[in-house]
Design a protein around this ligand. Structure first.
Ligand code: SUG
Length: 448
């Protein structure tokens, strides 16, 4: 049976803004308080989805969340009508209003961890919504994420959904941003690679000194258990704490895998040799041949990797077995990274082509091409069981761009978030969106 990697991209929500909310994420911190352009952000994301669809890849779309999150503000003690809740929060605790307005659900690599049916004990595709417990503004995403994923992958014969892990730092889980899968074919059993930043219960693992390590080993192990993965089908590796301290807040800022290949920076991991040997041995048991593509620090420094987001790229398989790298424009703007990419594609290795996308609006908050997509490997039967409303087509692209043009503002600053009109605009837009994507009622304002 045919199988595919389907990329579900997060549609940028109407409140996209630069809140400076993510300590440890260099772009988020350095662009704090700049004015944003939500309309441009959403159109940039849609342009990438359309381009991949036109290249022949399977492409889907994941809906944004309701923001401002008035329910979350109420849980923090603000009361009255919805407009009064926003007004009080703006007056008394602007940082809380900003956090409750974040459009951060666009980075759907953090929405969930997904295990394809070929890897799981019950032969279903498993999803665990990420608790995103390290940052308040992201920790409020998972209830709606679960409802949206449930509406997209509703058929229980093929899809199993797990609630987010306990919402404590010891089980900090950032979803697919710290998870990669290696396989020969997408439909065959593979090796799931879980990368963690620290251990919550075992003091032998070193920790970063400056910035938080968001993903714990214990969270990764819990997800592997929930999904029914076999020991032979799993490899755990620790991120180098020194790179977390340089701004690598997720492993997908310094490594990306696809098929049998791992493209990574020399300084990305601890115990790299042992990890490569384990990946190679376990993939061989699945009939695959592991291929490591290491980028040496002498050619690209960690700083350049973080600035350019070279590794936050999408590594895609082409029909002839070679691979294509989707990178953000920031890679082209960095002479050392661009030089490296020229040499890489000319070398006759696995990665033959690089395509550049302008995703500046998202990049300025630390979200590149890979952050914006959730990969779901599906066989033909499973793909047919996905809600067809969320699969990208030329007409859907047209409808969504019109929807963005109609509802989104082209400028947003902190003071705009206090405008009670913004809440109404967002709800009107999202109500229409659930009809476009045929999701049913998934937002708090639709179900409460
Ligand atoms: O969690 N930025 C996100 C970026 C997530 C990127 N995802 C992956 N690497 N997969 C984060 O730090 C910034 C929001 C703000 O500052 O307004 C933010 O949440």
């Amino acid at each position: 049976m045919k199988s595919y990697e389907v990329n579900f991209d997060g549609l940028v929500g109407p409140t996209h803004n630069y809140g400076g909310l993510s300590y440890g994420n260099v772009a988020s911190q350095s662009n704090s308080q700049q004015s944003s352009n939500p309309k441009e952000a959403a159109l940039q994301g849609l342009a990438k989805m359309k381009a991949l669809m036109e290249m022949g890849f399977q492409q889907g779309v994941l809906a944004p969340q309701e923001r401002p999150d008035v329910g979350a503000l109420r849980r923090l003690g603000f009361s009255g009508t919805d407009a009064q809740v926003i007004e009080q929060a703006a007056k008394q605790a602007m940082p809380l209003l900003v956090a409750n307005c974040s459009a951060s659900s666009m980075w759907v690599a953090n929405a969930a961890t997904v295990s394809p049916s070929a890897d799981t004990a019950d032969g279903r595709v498993h999803f665990t919504a990420a608790n995103l417990n390290c940052k308040y503004h992201r920790s409020i995403e998972h209830p709606t994420t679960s409802r949206v994923l449930g509406a997209m992958f509703a058929d229980q014969k093929h899809f199993a959904h797990h609630a987010a892990l306990p919402a404590v730092a010891q089980f900090g889980d950032e979803g697919a941003a710290n998870h990669t899968r290696f396989c020969r074919e997408y439909g065959e059993a593979g090796v799931e690679f879980f990368v963690f930043g620290r251990s919550a219960f075992d003091t032998r693992y070193p920790e970063p000194q400056k910035y938080p390590a968001r993903q714990t080993l214990e969270a990764s192990q819990a997800v592997a258990r929930l999904h029914g993965l076999s020991d032979d089908g799993v490899v755990y590796a620790q991120q180098n704490p020194a790179v977390i301290d340089q701004g690598v807040f997720h492993n997908d800022v310094i490594a990306v895998g696809n098929g049998e290949a791992l493209f990574y920076h020399e300084d990305a991991f601890l115990d790299t040799e042992q990890m490569l040997a384990e990946l190679s041995a376990k993939l061989a048991k699945c009939g695959g041949q592991f291929k490591a593509i290491c980028v040496p620090r002498s050619q690209v420094s960690v700083e350049d990797a973080v600035r350019s987001y070279l590794f936050n790229s999408q590594l895609l398989s082409r029909a002839d077995g070679s691979m294509l790298l989707i990178v953000p424009q920031e890679c082209q703007n960095n002479p050392r990274v661009w030089q490296y990419l020229q040499e890489l594609t000319r070398s006759g290795g696995l990665i033959r082509e690089v395509k550049v996308f302008d995703l500046k609006q998202s990049m300025q908050n630390g979200g590149g091409p890979a952050c914006l997509r959730l990969r779901v490997a599906l066989n033909e039967t499973e793909l047919a069981a996905v809600n067809p409303g969320v699969i990208m087509t030329a007409p859907l692209y047209g409808t969504l761009t019109q929807w963005v043009d109609k509802h989104y503002r082209d400028r947003m600053t902190e003071s705009d978030l206090a405008d009670p009109q913004l809440l109404l605009e967002c709800r009107t837009a999202l109500d229409e969106l659930t009809q476009i994507l045929k999701l049913g009622a998934v937002y708090p304002f639709q179900i409460n």
